[in-house]
Design a protein around this ligand. Structure first.
Ligand code: HEC
Length: 133
């Protein structure tokens, strides 16, 4: 902690402002997934047969396979984005609201860099990393 304060102090003194934008990676998403998603989608993301609101949580390692081999970022993002708004089965999940906040990072979606909340981007990269054929 002390070294962090020191580093920030040095950065401020040297006139250094915003750090370069660091993109989240799959490992960051794995932590978020463990905290928010595994109750229904299993810790491996392979889904569960237990019904939630009358539906089983699908296997998230097969998103690409079920879509002809393509991981459809735009659709996966919209499912996750809708989570807080009731589009995704768990209608009330307040802690998920935090995932939609934070500074956006540019994520390439269908060839266009789209500002995306950092946590959603991290989850997206994690889901992409666990796809199996
Ligand atoms: C309370 C249980 C529950 C939690 C928690 C949950 N999900 Fe889901 N999820 C479901 C169910 C049920 C479905 C299928 C019906 C639907 O889409 O609403 C689903 C569907 C999905 C889909 C679409 C799958 C497909 O085949 O199109 C994605 C992507 C997804 N969830 C990601 C996540 C992520 C990422 C998290 C954590 C941030 C999460 N889910 C947390 C129950 C849950």
């Amino acid at each position: 902690m002390r070294s962090l304060v020191f580093a920030v102090g040095v950065a401020a003194l040297s006139g250094c402002t915003a750090p370069p934008l660091a993109m989240p990676d799959a490992a960051e998403g794995a932590v978020l997934f463990a905290d928010n998603c595994t109750a229904c989608h299993d810790y491996r993301g392979t889904g569960s047969s237990a019904l939630v609101g009358g539906q089983a949580a699908p296997d998230l390692t097969g998103l690409a396979a079920r879509n002809g081999g393509t991981f459809a970022r735009v659709e996966v993002l919209s499912v996750m984005d809708g989570f807080g708004q009731g589009a995704h089965t768990p209608r009330v999940m307040p802690e998920f609201g935090a995932l939609l906040g934070g500074d956006p990072v540019p994520v390439e979606v269908e060839g266009v860099f789209t500002p995306t909340p950092r946590a959603l981007a991290a989850l997206l990269f994690y889901l992409e990393s666990i796809q199996v054929d």
